[in-house]
Design a protein around this ligand. Structure first.
Ligand code: MLT
Length: 423
């Protein structure tokens, strides 16, 4: 690691560290490290901490960890907190904890204690910036962030809350591999993708509740397709993900289009499910306002009663009562400010039809054969307007195809993903 600019004196240590997966190591103090009085000074501690970091890497993921990922940690700032002298022959245990992990920066804390009496002799707080071969800051590769204790995944199904700038999103993250971001529709939550998230192995699946949905924060205002898109890109930043294939269902598709408009370089593929490119008609806008009123005056359950018959295909309504109940419950627990906010965001969304001809990432369009909100003909026309988009129709499913016919939808998505070049 590069030699940092040294700042000596009292360090303020952030105690909200996360546990890194690097082992603690024991290092011996050598005579050449000690000053003319025979003890370690602060500058010598700086070197000793560096030695301990390399030792920990050598015993853990390997001293070539950074080179393997094409990056290098450049130390930018370091503060040594000197507590006690140490002398030649003393053996010190050095433990390492991770402080903040940013998109490109990593803060580490090291503590050295004397083995013979357990006394704390020095602490170090050090900030690295990950750089590429040209010395430019570059995102910390996910594998490295994980080794340093970045909380990037949880037990399957466990939601982790990620602050995306004043709003916390609840996120289900599973698996390893290239990133696949699932964006749910309205007024639903991440669980509509349950089958796809559980089974699309070899991909890093990320399924958030959007702001105002599920158990994410639901502020009173601040909803637009641009805000949703920016939230998701901040989430990718927090997870140290540079690019993702984005799967958007209905409103999630409107958001995916906005991600393309605002953050094109982050999207490497598109899966558009039961969605459309056109903006709302005047009549649809009036309908949104009527539904806002229902939500405000009668609550989410009343919205569910009105919407479920239109969201689910007739086959599902006749043969899958459990899915009908599941969707009612999902809508019923959506916070009213989130419902009202999403309706306003959809009412005001821009027309995405001019975008279609410019889409240059691999795209799959999926539609339920019984979708009445976005009929198959609308999806076919959208697919035809996107250069080289594939189109799949799911028999027996309505507007909520991923939930109504989960196996069939997962299969067509898996086939599409299989054909993508893997980075
Ligand atoms: C959705 O499923 O996200 C909504 O039905 C989309 C819409 O109302 O336009």
């Amino acid at each position: 690691m590069l030699v940092p600019q040294v700042q000596l004196g009292q360090a303020t240590f952030n105690r909200q560290s996360s546990v890194s997966r690097l082992p603690s190591v024991e290092v011996t103090v050598y005579p050449y490290e000690c000053d003319t009085y025979g003890h370690m000074n602060e500058a010598a501690y700086l070197q000793l901490f560096e030695r301990a970091r390399w030792e920990a890497l050598a015993r853990g993921p390997g001293p070539d960890l950074f080179r393997r990922h094409g990056v290098w940690p450049a130390a930018r700032h370091a503060t040594v907190d000197y507590q006690l002298p140490a002398f030649p022959g003393d053996v010190l245990r050095v433990e390492l904890e991770t402080g903040k992990i940013g998109r490109t920066s990593l803060e580490l804390h090291q503590r050295a204690t004397r083995i013979k009496d357990g006394a704390l002799v020095a602490e170090l707080q050090i900030v690295f910036v990950m750089i590429d071969g040209e010395g430019k800051p570059t995102p910390i590769p996910p594998k490295i962030a994980t080794i340093f204790g970045g909380r990037l995944s949880a037990r399957p199904g466990e939601l982790v809350r990620h602050d995306v700038g004043g709003v916390a999103l609840a996120v289900d993250t599973r698996g390893d591999g290239p990133a696949l971001l699932f964006v749910h529709g309205f007024p639903l939550d991440h669980s509509m993708w349950a089958h796809q998230v559980a089974t699309l192995a070899r991909w890093r699946r990320i399924a958030p509740d959007l702001r105002g949905a599920g158990v994410s924060d639901a502020p009173d205002g601040g909803y637009s397709v641009a805000t949703y898109a920016d939230d998701l890109v901040r989430l990718l930043d927090r997870l140290h993900i540079e690019h993702a294939v984005v799967a958007g269902h209905s409103m999630g598709g409107y958001i995916a289009f906005e991600m393309l408009r605002r953050h094109r370089s982050r999207v490497t593929g598109l899966i558009l499910v039961d969605t459309r490119a056109e903006a709302d008609s005047a009549e649809a806008r009036k309908g949104r306002e009527g539904m806002m009123e229902v939500a405000r005056t009668q609550g989410a359950a009343a919205v569910a009663e009105r919407m479920v018959p239109r969201l689910l295909g007739r086959s599902t309504q006749q043969t899958q009562p459990n899915v009908v109940e599941q969707v009612k419950a999902m809508i019923g627990r959506t916070p009213v400010p989130g419902i009202v906010g999403a309706l306003g965001a959809m009412r005001d969304r821009p027309d995405s039809t001019p975008l279609l001809a410019t889409i240059d990432v691999p795209t799959l369009v999926v539609v339920g054969a019984e979708d009445e909100l976005v009929p198959p003909a609308t999806s076919r026309a959208m697919a035809a307007a996107i250069p080289s988009a594939a189109m799949r129709t799911i028999p027996g499913a309505g507007h909520l195809a991923p939930l109504e016919a989960p196996t069939a939808v997962t299969r067509v998505i898996a086939e599409f993903l299989e054909a993508l070049p893997r980075p």
